[in-house]
Each structure stands twice: as C-alpha cells, then as structure tokens.
Design a binder for this molecule. Structure first.
Ligand SMILES: [Zn+2]
Length: 361
C-alpha cells in the first residue's frame, strides 16, 4: 500500500519533470523557429567590366572575389527556389543567396558567366525584350538562347526599360503599364520559354498601385531597396542588395549577405512615391521585439543615422531635410540576439520626380 503510494508520487514527479522539460524544449524550438524562419538574400549586379559606368559596374576580379566568398560561406540557390521555398514554407539551406543581373549586358556573358560556370552557380538575368538586338553592348537572342541552354534563367525587366512612374497621374497609366509588362513577359516566353512572371522594376521604381496590380496578376516584383526576404515580405516589391559600384566592398557586403528580414508587424506608409512638396516623410514601423534589443535598432539615410522615437514596440523615423529628387532609401537595422553576426534589415525606398514630372536615371 505504502509502496504503491510512493510509486504514484514518483510518477507525478516524473510527469512534472517531463512536462517542464517538454515545455522548455518547446520554448527553445519555437524561439529558434521564430528567429530563423526561411530568410534569403538576393544580390543585384548590372555590368561586370572594367570600362562601364562605375556606379553599376564591378570588375571581373572583384566579382570573382564575391563568388569565392559565396562558395565558402553561403549556398547559392536559383532565384525561383529561393522565392518559392520562402512562399511555401519549404526548407531552404541556411545563408541562401540568389544572384541576379539587370539589363542583360553582353559583359555578363563575356566576364561573369565563365566565373559563375566555374563555381556552378545558378543565376537570373532580367531583360527588356524590345531592346534586344538594338544595342550592341547587350546580349542578342542567340546569346540568350545559348545561355539559357547552359542553365541561366531569364526574367522580365519591362519592354523598353522606361521609368514606370512616368505620367502616372494620366488616365490609363496603370493599364498601359501592365500591358507593357505582359507584352515583355510574352516575348521572353516565346524566345526562351521562361515564363516566371518575375518583374524587376527599372531603376527599382514602383508605386503601390503598380505593385498591387502585379501581385493580382500573379507577378512577383523586385526592387532595388536593400534587405532580406522572408514570408513576411511584400512580394510586389521584394528587396535586393545592390552589389556593384560603391556597394562592391566585400566587408560591407558580407554583413548584407547574412541579413534577416526585419520582423515587421505593420507600417504606417507603404507608398514609396512622393511629390515634390511632400519630401520629409516620417514612418512608423511596428516590430516583433522577441529577438531585437530596441536600443540597438538604428535607421540611416545616406550612411548617416536619423532620429528615432519609440512607443511600445513601434518606432518612428523623421526625415528632417527634404529628400532629393530621384531615388532615396532609408535603411533600418538591428542585430539578432539569438544569431551572432546576423542583422535584421528593413529598407524603405522613396521616389521623388523633378519639376517637370520626370524621373531621374
Ligand atoms: Zn535596369
């Protein structure tokens, strides 16, 4: 009798310990699952050459240096796999990176392709089909066919690469813009059989009306604001890290390749298009603080820190001086508590036209 009672108490004890351990494990696992959902980074290049415009170029040597670093430290995956696995909650190798090029310059085939083949890295080129065959520094269709036979993916960069926000106050702008993008998609499909419905906005410029309309038509949009991609991202305007020109420095690029998508709950403004008269935006962003110390979150404009104010788990940044005409980005970063060396990153692009309603190159 006594023995049996002891035994019951022991059972209860075992059960409690078991439950406590289980609860603890659940907390640890859910914390890790939270801090490390599927995140991926997309790199953006244009020219790989010594003698093209500096702001969009990287030398072949420097490009090789980037690829050697990626081979050692990351898993380079096809853009489609990165996007689809994130969207569908499918596993993605840790530190996944996808490589993209905009504009389809011939120097990609001449200088980058041999290096990418050597490392066996998949990559995607966004092209403007109505410009193909008209400019000699660009790939022609037979070169594009040859590259696609060697595993290179081609996607949509609009028909003729104009500033998409031009005349967006005119009637029919959205329908015409969508028609242009659909036309480019059909042309790429005819020539290469690729029909991914991935659109890279020329100059990274878009507005909410356009990105929403594209999403409704099954497209995914890619911008030129920086940051990592997660299921929480806006798939109408996904971020990519520019990796050429002043961004080619491998020490700063290493941090970017390791970033996580900022766990944003909500944003006060999603519209990146500003007018000449409203160039001092402030934006409030509510974030999950499970893996972030508030006091370590900083926002920057043109490399300079900008003022932040906090209310509970929402921070607000204020732009004090007018943003310049053209493209600007506000970047906000915070180190992960759980993952040493990794940063959460959020980038808000802002677009301002000039006095004549034109958009700067
Ligand atoms: Zn472009």
């Amino acid at each position: 009798m006594m023995k049996s009672k002891m035994s019951d108490t022991s059972k209860v004890k075992y059960y409690s310990i078991f439950l406590m351990l289980g609860g603890f494990l659940f907390l640890v696992v859910s914390k890790i699952a939270y801090a490390n959902p599927q995140h991926g980074v997309v790199l953006l290049y244009h020219h790989v050459s010594e003698d093209t415009p500096a702001s969009t170029s990287i030398s072949p040597d420097k490009f090789e240096e980037h690829m050697a670093y990626l081979k050692q430290n990351h898993k380079v995956v096809p853009l489609q796999r990165l996007i689809e696995n994130i969207q569908n909650n499918q596993p993605l190798p840790e530190n996944s990176v996808a490589i993209t090029f905009d504009d389809g310059y011939r120097n990609i085939a001449e200088n980058a392709h041999p290096i990418l083949l050597k490392y066996d890295f998949p990559y995607t080129i966004f092209i403007s089909p109505d410009l193909i065959g008209k400019q000699k520094h660009q790939l022609n269709w037979s070169e594009i066919t040859e590259l696609s036979q060697q595993g290179v993916t081609f996607a949509n960069h609009t028909s003729i690469h104009k500033h998409l926000l031009l005349d967006n106050d005119q009637e029919g702008w959205l329908a015409n813009t969508i028609e242009d993008i659909e036309h480019a998609e059909q042309s790429i499909k005819q020539h290469t059989s690729f029909n991914l419905k991935y659109l890279a906005y020329p100059y990274g410029e878009y507005n909410q009306a356009l990105s929403q309309a594209l999403l409704e038509r099954g497209f995914i949009g890619f911008g030129q604001q920086s940051g990592a991609i997660s299921k929480n991202s806006d798939f109408g305007a996904l971020p990519r890290f520019p990796a050429a020109g002043i961004y080619a420095n491998l020490n700063t690029l290493k941090v970017k390749m390791n970033t996580l998508d900022m766990p944003i709950i909500s944003k006060s403004i999603a519209e990146p298009q500003l007018s000449l008269t409203e160039r001092t935006p402030s934006q409030t962003i509510k974030v999950e603080l499970d893996d972030i110390h508030k006091n370590q979150l900083s926002c920057f404009f043109a490399g300079q820190p900008i003022d932040l104010s906090w209310e509970d788990n929402a921070f607000t940044y204020h732009i004090q001086t007018k943003l310049p005409k053209g493209r600007s980005r506000i970047n906000c970063t915070a180190p992960s508590i759980a993952y040493a060396g990794k940063y959460y990153w959020f980038s808000q692009p802002w677009f301002v036209p000039d006095e004549n309603g034109n958009w700067l190159d």
